[in-house]
Design a protein around this ligand. Structure first.
Ligand SMILES: *[C@@H]1O[C@H](CO)[C@@H](O)[C@H](O)[C@H]1NC(C)=O
Ligand SMILES: *[C@@H]1O[C@H](CO)[C@@H](O)[C@H](O)[C@H]1NC(C)=O
Ligand SMILES: *[C@@H]1O[C@H](CO)[C@@H](O)[C@H](O)[C@H]1NC(C)=O
Length: 380
């Protein structure tokens, strides 16, 4: 084994150098990716829910959503840019077209599509109705998968499709928050915990779909620390609070259970698909780090309160949700982690994107360009 393992070390050390030189020409100011294909919910939706009858007039269609960056509501559930916006900015690739914005020809979709819809679940309506539950919006990963297949067919010959897929970056997730919120309806995590393997199986199904279509690089963001969400802190009446973070232990345990199951599935998927690079994005740690040490990252020392919404300990009240008449946003959203009690501020999204770009994989980014990319979006 010894000579082999030495050889492996050498290859690993050399790879970034080769990658740096090879990518250098192609990569000058740009990237090795031609675009992004993304799947998910409101943490990734850049304009789909705005175009659905069921959700088109939701909070993110109204001020003060978008006030920090776009200066108008764009359907993004934040005061400004989402993690996906920062990632495309850092990589120098176009923003993916929201699928529901439509398009007629391959040209409209070749450089990436965003299938994420605010409120979307991983699991389909049949699953929920079998449990006597009702999802918030009529969109699940089943819809997003069939939309992806529609786009594939538009993109041309099988050879052409595979070429485009191989050059694109895929982002599958975050997904599952809404599934858990639906199941937490009665203030117990019992039902939500039973959803974990089903949600992970739904993510697995999308991953095998995109890999079969030719995806070579896939990011899979995990679950966020649910117990630190102002909405749940205000409404979920059970469970102990962690003394260090103030978050609800039982719900953070649920998120970590989800992440362990997701990682177990990803390990197996990597073994069966060695030709693709499947990278886990640890959203949980990225957000938990900010909550425990807000000042270190430039946030105010009150990381569990929302910037925009009702009054109360967490600035959250369902009847006076951010954007409703009589609600106000804080003066400086960049000091807050949570924008509206459910979604993150642009400032928090930037931090999450910075953590994502630090993933140590020469396939995602070689180390030298990784640092330059982080500078582009203002990572410290
Ligand atoms: C999503 O799929 C379900 C069936 O699974 C369907 O009832 C629903 O209308 C679809 N949603 C959209 C927005 O197409
Ligand atoms: C909540 O309680 C109602 C009435 O007891 C029940 O019908 C429903 O299935 C429960 N929902 C969840 C999520 O447990
Ligand atoms: C939420 O806001 C409504 C309307 O202002 C108010 O009646 C209610 O008491 C508030 N709830 C909490 C928990 O503060």
């Amino acid at each position: 084994m010894a000579p082999f393992s030495r050889f492996l070390v050498a290859v690993t050390l050399l790879f970034p150098v080769i990658g740096g030189v090879a990518a250098g020409g192609r990569d000058h100011g740009g990237t090795r990716y031609s675009g992004i294909f993304s799947f998910g919910d409101s943490l990734t939706d850049t304009g789909n829910s705005l175009r659905l009858a069921a959700t088109g007039s939701g909070p993110s269609s109204r001020p003060p959503y978008g006030e920090t960056f776009f200066r108008r509501p764009t359907g993004r559930a934040s005061d400004g840019r989402l993690v996906i916006d920062f990632i495309v900015e850092a990589l120098g690739i176009p923003n993916p077209r929201p699928y529901l914005a439509g398009g007629k020809s391959a040209g409209d979709f070749r450089r990436g599509v965003n299938f994420a819809v605010g409120g979307a679940t991983a699991l389909g309506p049949d699953f929920f109705s079998s449990r006597g539950l009702k999802p918030f919006v009529p969109v699940s990963f089943i819809n997003q998968t069939s939309w992806f297949k529609n786009v594939l067919h538009l993109l041309g010959s099988v050879h052409e499709r595979r070429r485009i897929m191989a050059q694109s970056l895929f982002v599958v997730g975050e997904i599952g928050v809404n599934d858990y919120l639906v199941a937490l309806g009665n203030n117990t995590a019992r039902e939500a915990r039973t959803l974990v393997p089903h949600i992970v199986a739904a993510v697995h199904s999308v991953l095998t779909e995109v890999i079969a279509a030719g995806a070579r690089t896939v990011l899979v963001p995990g679950m966020i620390p649910l117990g630190c969400e102002p909405q749940l802190l205000a409404l979920y009446k059970r469970g102990d609070h962690d003394p260090e973070s103030g978050c609800i232990t039982e719900l953070n345990d649920l998120a970590q259970m989800h992440n362990r199951a997701l990682n177990g599935m990803l390990r197996e998927l990597r073994l069966s698909h060695p030709g693709s690079t499947i990278l886990y994005v640890d959203l949980y740690s990225a957000i938990a780090d900010i909550i425990v040490s807000p000042r270190k990252y430039g946030f105010m020392n009150k990381p569990l309160a929302a910037c925009c919404g009702g009054r109360g300990a967490y600035n959250f009240n369902m009847t006076t949700f951010c954007g409703a008449a009589g609600t106000t946003a804080c003066t400086n959203p960049s000091e807050y982690v949570s924008w509206d009690g459910v979604h993150f501020t642009e400032a928090a999204n930037r931090r999450i994107a910075c953590a994502t770009l630090k993933i140590n994989s020469p396939t995602l980014l070689n180390p030298w360009t990784a640092e330059a990319r982080q500078r582009v979006i203002g990572c410290a």
